[in-house]
Design a protein around this ligand. Structure first.
Ligand code: KIV
Length: 273
């Protein structure tokens, strides 16, 4: 459980009340040190299943397990004092039935001490979201581009380009936005649609590649910091190049070890007299 009382953190109810106000600031966090660094700047930290690709080098999020999400959820909770913490439900942990979703969401909440869970899905998941929220589990929805559906979607592509797609995600937004979810992540969607949905649904929209029209924004922290360089989606803005700086630091260390410039006297223990 968290060392910090949940009373001091932003609650899902307060995030919901931020609809239409100052944009909601969200980032991913997977570890205690990163959570400590990001916490004071964010309203919401997401323990995203993107950790499968970013931390574990997996090809997609499909192989991420519930145990992985719980372990990283616990780690993040140890580093957070004020942000609302949401843990992703991984692929296979909620789609089969609302009862399975409930049991696994309860595990996530009880074992990590986080504030809410997130699950991907449109119309087809609305009943599950209502089932969970009616039973005390705050849920963050996720529509538009849904990475857990990479195999059926045929890749990671933005959505909302055809009339058929717009009609489908309009139904998804309406169903999830009115299901009891406290907010909805909209990923990889054209601006006109994001604006329309943000006006239409009663809860905040949190965009990732969904334009400035949303009520808030979320990005993967490793993307904005330049720590994840396998690929950079068009919607990511790099705020630093820490990956390159890690390379420079490691090269300097290697050179000093090989030339015996490190360690020096300063780094060496001497027997106390
Ligand atoms: O897994 C993830 O990190 C997400 C995002 C919305 C960034 O779902």
């Amino acid at each position: 459980m968290s060392a910090v009382s949940s009373a001091k953190r932003l609650t899902p109810t307060r995030i919901r009340a931020m609809k239409g106000g100052t944009p909601i600031v969200c980032l991913t966090a997977y570890t205690t040190p990163m959570a400590r660094l990001l916490d004071e700047h964010c309203d919401l930290l997401l323990v995203g299943d993107s950790l499968g690709m970013v931390l574990y080098g997996m090809e997609s999020t499909v192989s991420v397990t519930l145990d992985m999400m719980i372990a990283h959820g616990k780690a993040v909770m140890r580093g957070v004092a004020k942000s609302c913490v949401v843990v992703d439900m991984p692929f296979g942990s909620y789609q089969e039935s609302k009862e399975l979703a409930y049991r696994n969401a309860v595990r996530i909440l009880q074992e990590t001490g986080c504030d809410a869970v997130k699950l991907e899905g449109g119309e087809e998941m609305a009943e599950t979201i209502s089932f969970l929220t009616a039973r005390g589990i705050p849920v963050l929805g996720h529509i538009g581009l849904m990475p857990q559906q990479v195999h059926t979607a045929g890749g990671y592509r933005s959505v909302g380009h055809s009339e058929e797609e717009v009609a489908r995600i309009r139904r998804d937004a309406d169903a999830v936005g009115n299901s009891g979810a406290f907010a909805v992540v909209i990923e990889g969607t054209v601006e006109t649609f994001a604006r329309e949905v943000t006006r239409a649904i009663p809860v905040p929209t949190i965009g990732i590649g969904a334009s400035a029209a949303c009520d808030g924004q979320i990005l993967v922290s490793d993307d904005i910091l330049g720590l994840f360089n396998d690929f950079t989606p068009r919607f990511v803005k790099r705020y630093d190049e820490l990956g390159k700086r890690v390379g420079v630091a490691a090269a300097a260390y290697a050179e000093e070890v090989r030339s015996r410039a490190f360690p020096t006297e300063k780094h060496t223990f001497k027997r106390r007299s």
